[in-house]
Design a protein around this ligand. Sequence first.
Ligand SMILES: C[S@@+](CC[C@H](N)C(=O)[O-])C[C@H]1O[C@@H](n2cnc3c(N)ncnc32)[C@H](O)[C@@H]1O
Length: 258
Amino acid sequence: MGPFKALGRRAANFVDLQWTLAIRGLERVAPLARGRLLDVGCGDKPYLELFSRYVSEYVGVEHEAVFRATASSARQRGPDVFYDGKRLPFDDGVFDTVLSVQTLEHTPQPQDLIREMARVLHPTGILLLSAPFSFRLHEQPHDYFRYSPHGLRALCAEAGLEIERCEPMGNLWSLLGHKLNSYLALNVARASGVAQRLDKLGHESAQSQRPRYWLLPAVALGMTSVSMAARVLDRVAPDETESLGYVIVARHRALSAA
Ligand SMILES: C[S@@+](CC[C@H](N)C(=O)[O-])C[C@H]1O[C@@H](n2cnc3c(N)ncnc32)[C@H](O)[C@@H]1O
């Protein structure tokens, strides 16, 4: 990646509160990862660098039909294994870590997918999963659900897993800030094509709308202000009944009870 693109991407990531908070949440749980890691719904493997220092192997698996239907042409790298979205093509208990980031909302059968993650997870293994609580429609029509901590707990319990940590991805102000910034970027500046050139929105169809370049400086300034204000307000006036999503850490029930 050239220096200008790298700078543009850093700036885009700073104003993208969802990305910032997801990465922050994953950074906190990444040291728990170990051994063989399976990333379910790995997309373009954006978390490879973050996790590879903790694990001996990083395997990415994808639902072939959904992946091919939603991947944009800007794709950098992809999965190691494809499957049909039903049974993960691995034996029972062969992974020490199962990672899944913003994927659970994209399957019409989330309980089946959690059960499959539990099946391939070693009895002493760890599940690290993030899912959105409030996020705009994306990757349509493959966008089915949003999740509360209680819903995630119920899905995990049915699969024999127990959640030992559940961390919100920001609260009310990040949520409002993210929605406002998305509107400014996508509807006002029509910058989705620019974002894709910075390797963002990697699973939205390729964007051909012409950006409103003359609005970009004002929009960038507005988004930066919103993003900074949201970070501060999340701390000084938190409302934790709202969040962009949750990052959970779960283990097989028998083990977490021991
Ligand atoms: C929002 S993208 C997230 C990709 C990546 N985890 C990230 O955070 O950039 C959701 C991904 O889930 C994949 N997906 C949808 N249903 C799936 C399933 N049943 N099993 C595995 N992956 C699935 C899609 O193909 C898509 O790549």
